[in-house]
Design a protein around this ligand. Structure first.
Ligand code: ADE
Length: 266
């Protein structure tokens, strides 16, 4: 079967498979190896939507072992121009609580052993002052009045959670959320000319609190599972409200720049 085209992608946990209608799965090869899993393509809100489970179909890949470049390239090769990226985050301040949904507007990349770019030669410096697409952010935050609009998310290498001292340090910097997968995913989407925004579900309050046990993986997974229906509903509404990507600068930052890597379909 030939792989169908898709306009929009969701990169998220494996629980999201069920929200695509009439989905078919496709193996996609890339110059960067295989993506995390075969890509499911189906219909949501009248759009052709690709779904890619970030950690693999059975959560095989740890955050630092995800093929971020293969994932971004594979989605672009299907035609994807807009990416919605639900993710689990820890909260770093009292203005958020477990169960809250947040659409971050800023990112701090504290990862250190990931390949973070398609650029391997030449002078290609992408603009990244605003790491998330304003149009996709607006569609996500407009889909539910309870969504917090705007936050700074620090992305750490993992796979371990932070120490209390690290967590306090991040909070003291003024950062709001902590996560392990938001980088280099956002930057690679920009390098592929895609509009990208995260939808963060607060699953825990990280380790900054003086009391308590700190963060445990089971709590994070359980909270994510409990909120899956809410997340898929919000994503469907947001997909129905996405603006035209041709009206956005995320897909044209490279005008006048000599790219030294391939963007499929460009
Ligand atoms: N993902 C979910 N909770 C997290 C936390 N506390 N730290 C890093 N990544 C997370």
């Amino acid at each position: 079967m030939t792989t169908p085209r898709a306009d929009v992608a969701v990169i998220g946990g494996s629980g999201f498979y069920s929200f695509l209608r009439d989905a078919t799965e496709h193996e996609v090869a890339t110059p960067y190896g295989a993506p995390s899993a075969p890509i499911a393509v189906g219909e949501v809100a009248g759009r052709s939507v690709a779904f890619l489970p970030r950690h693999g179909k059975h959560h095989e890949a740890p955050p630092h072992g995800i093929g971020y470049r293969a994932n971004a390239w594979a989605l672009r090769s299907l035609g994807v121009r807009q990416v919605l990226a639900p993710c689990a985050v820890g909260g770093l301040r009292d203005s958020v609580a477990p169960g809250d949904l947040v659409v971050p507007d800023q990112l701090v990349d504290r990862t250190f052993r990931r390949v973070g770019s398609f650029v391997e030669s030449g002078a290609v410096h992408l603009p990244f002052a605003d790491p998330y697409c304003p149009g996709v952010r607006a569609a996500l935050s407009g889909a539910d009045p309870d969504v917090h609009d705007g936050a700074t998310m620090v992305v750490v290498e993992g796979p371990r959670f932070s120490t209390r001292a690290e967590s306090r340090h991040y909070a003291e910097q003024g950062w709001d959320l902590i996560n392990m997968t938001g980088a280099p995913e956002a930057a690679l989407a920009r390098e592929m000319g895609q509009c990208y925004a995260s939808l963060a579900l607060v699953t825990d309050m990280d380790a900054g609190a003086e009391s308590g046990e700190g963060v445990g993986q089971e709590d994070v997974f359980a909270l994510f599972r409990a909120n899956l229906e809410r997340l898929t509903g919000l994503l469907s509404d947001a997909i129905g409200a996405l603006p035209d990507p041709d009206d956005c600068a995320c897909g044209s930052w490279w005008d006048g720049v000599e790219l030294t890597y391939e963007v499929p379909g460009r």
